[in-house]
Design a binder for this molecule. Structure first.
Ligand code: MRU
Length: 352
């Protein structure tokens, strides 16, 4: 098993089912839920028990194992169509992160060639997806760290760490590597309203690993840049379109605009499983809309004036032109565009 390099695992397969660290309850409580069937896995994704593009892909892959285990062992004559129904349910759990359908497609391909006794074979595929995600993150951590100069300060957004992936993290993987190399002066994290992934999860995760972090409100970022105290913004992605547009947590776009204005570099760290060459451009991606009460409330308490409406897109689109570099496990793409991503993706094909 690949070393996770953090002391906790947000996703763990056990014989009893899939153990998920309930991210809704962090940082207050470390509570694990045991997920026993695919509808429960889909529900955990929708309700953000588990979140982050690679992590929801891995969860969906294990969800397919749970489905096959249930339906094949019940020996129902139509077990395959029931698993197909569960895969559709899982794929619909959150629409924006491409890793979800990417992982389910791998499970579907495995099912096609495994018509009998599928459970162990599917479990091996899900475990491989999980392991390879950690390996990719460690590689991206090293590539990204190479771009950072000693004494640089960085700002990260949302949570693109161990909690959001199989382990180690994408953006936080780069920050972990750069911190271990002694390069970072200061690490800032935005709170990331409305769900507070930065305040609750990124801060928890870095402190857990004894990496110092300074939290800022989302509306402090441009002022921090104006003061010349920042060299990099480093984020993950939920999907990278074929032209290099980056779909990520709502607010990433405004950070990228501010970066360009202030001469701060924008690094997006995402595995190849997040690259969607079938999606021509970011403006064609379905952006998940979440309930308005997430904006109108804070920690379940209404803070907005009665009568105010909310608008709550979960993600936004950062045009490729605002991204200085895209770090993948296959290397760094500077100023990503359609041509560069096409050659990156062709080079990953078996005969590439
Ligand atoms: O709504 P979330 O918390 O799932 O959003 C997560 C992000 O936007 C992450 O940056 C992205 O999924 C990459 S995680 C490695």
């Amino acid at each position: 098993m690949t070393e996770n390099t953090t002391a906790f695992s947000a996703i763990e397969w056990t014989d009893a089912g899939l153990r998920l660290l309930d991210q809704r309850r962090l940082p207050g409580e470390d509570v694990y839920l045991t997920i026993e069937d695919a509808p429960a896995a889909a529900d955990a994704i929708t309700k953000m028990v588990v979140r982050g593009a690679p992590a929801i892909g891995i969860t969906a892959a294990y969800g397919v194992v749970l489905s096959a285990r249930q339906h094949y062992r019940e020996a129902s004559h139509d077990w395959l169509s029931r698993v197909e129904g569960d895969m559709n349910l899982l794929a619909a759990a959150r629409p924006t992160a491409v890793n979800l359908v990417w992982a389910i497609e791998q499970m579907r391909a495995c099912l096609r060639v495994t018509p009998v006794e599928p459970v162990e074979v599917l479990l091996a595929v899900a475990a491989r997806i999980h392991r390879e995600d950690i390996e990719a993150n460690i590689r991206m951590g090293a590539y990204g760290e190479n771009l950072i100069n000693k004494g640089d300060s960085v700002l990260t957004y949302c949570n693109a760490g161990s909690l959001a992936t199989g382990g180690y993290g994408t953006a936080l993987g780069v920050i972990r590597s750069a911190w271990s190399a002694g390069k970072l002066e200061k690490i800032y994290a935005c709170e990331t309203r409305p769900w507070l992934q930065g305040a609750r999860l990124t801060a928890w995760e870095l402190i857990h690993d004894r990496i110092p972090v300074t939290l800022i409100t989302d509306n402090s970022a441009a002022f921090l840049m104006q003061g010349g105290q920042l060299q990099w913004v480093i984020t993950g992605a939920d999907r990278v379109a074929a032209n290099g547009d980056v779909i990520n947590k709502i607010g990433t776009y405004q950070l990228a605009v501010s970066c360009r204005y202030h001469g701060v570099r924008m690094m997006v760290v995402a595995p190849l499983s997040t690259l969607d060459m079938a999606m021509p451009a970011g403006d064609q991606v379905t952006i998940e809309q979440r309930p308005d009460n997430e904006v109108l409330e804070l920690a379940g308490q209404r803070v907005a004036a009665a009568g105010a409406a909310g608008w709550n897109p979960a993600f936004d689109v950062t045009p490729a032109a605002l991204v200085d570099c895209l770090v993948t496990e296959a290397g760094v793409v500077h100023a990503p565009d359609r041509e560069k991503l096409l050659s990156l993706s062709n080079a990953q094909q078996p005969d590439g």
